[in-house]
Design a binder for this molecule. Structure first.
Ligand code: ATR
Length: 271
């Protein structure tokens, strides 16, 4: 994995579990590239290693693109790559974040796959939201409302998908009880700002699923509040697991058994 800073990344632990669960021989290590390093030289060093693939994380998800030989259409649409497959000396870029997120949500709540016109509210319109939004649209979800502090950025996401709508965060707070699925895609509520919530809400639709991509803490204030209103919740660390799973599949064509891995990762995160 390349990125900076990545000393505390959980990806090596996750891929070690996948390797064990598939009885596959392999090593997943971190290769930290500091901002003052010469990125081009580091890419030459990486090319010299006989890798099957690597992950790319902040701040290089966009920068890596010019070093690729090919790019998957979905990653191209998003303009960011987090997974590279090395095959016959060629580097092929993918993005597994958004697709991983949707797989994690559908694996926790398989019933949502049968109602693709369920109403979805996405809070935030940054990089993470963009990947999730494209993945939801690709999977056939047709009713996505995007609420963002800067409404213009939400509008940009709707331009690519005309059936989506853009609203302000204030409107989202008023209308939150209209939605079947609510997805919090910003870093609001992340440690140490655990008391923050992106919008206040006092009621939710019956049977609503509320999801937060923040996983530190495991249960954010936003999710805790939703739980108190009897919503079903979806925890952010499962996105981490499923984006890694999709990358592992791209590299190895193997499918690890995921049973209880979310609980194990939760224990690791909780120290
Ligand atoms: P990432 O790639 O992690 O999604 P990003 O691209 O910087 O990060 O996006 C951050 C998102 O969090 C944006 O939707 C941002 O809203 P703006 O587009 O208005 O900046 C949102 N965000 C960050 N801090 C916020 C805050 N205090 N209140 C509301 N939204 C916030």
């Amino acid at each position: 994995m390349i990125g900076y800073p990545i000393q505390h990344s959980l990806s090596p632990w996750i891929h070690e579990q996948f390797l064990k669960r598939t009885n596959h021989n392999g090593v997943y290590t971190i290769f930290e590239i500091a901002p003052e390093d010469n990125f081009e030289d580091e890419m030459i060093k990486l090319r010299e290693q006989e890798l099957d693939g690597f992950n790319v994380t902040v701040p290089y998800k966009e920068k890596i693109i010019e070093y690729l030989d090919d790019i998957d259409p979905y990653a191209k649409k998003i303009g960011a790559v987090n997974t590279v497959k090395c095959k016959d000396g060629k580097w092929i870029g993918y993005n597994t974040d958004g697709i991983g997120y949707v797989r994690s949500l559908e694996s926790k709540y398989p019933e949502i796959q049968t109602v693709k016109d369920c109403t979805i509210l996405m809070l935030g319109a940054g990089g993470a939201a963009k990947g999730i939004c494209h993945a939801l649209v690709d999977k056939g979800y047709t009713s996505i409302t995007i609420a963002n502090r800067t409404k213009e950025k939400a509008q940009l996401l709707t331009e690519q998908h005309p059936s989506n709508q853009a609203i302000s965060l204030e409107d989202a707070a008023q209308r939150v009880n209209e939605f079947d699925i609510i997805i919090q895609t910003t870093s609001i509520g992340m440690k140490p700002n655990t008391e923050e919530m992106i919008i206040p809400f006092t009621s939710l639709k019956q049977g609503a699923i509320v999801s937060d991509i923040v996983y530190q803490p495991i249960v954010t204030k936003f999710l805790q509040h939703a739980k108190e209103m009897n919503a079903s919740i979806h925890l952010g660390h499962t996105m981490l697991l499923y984006q890694a799973l999709y990358a592992f599949e791209i590299w190895t064509n193997l499918e690890p058994n995921m049973k209880h891995l979310d609980d194990e990762l939760q224990h690791v995160l909780e120290g």
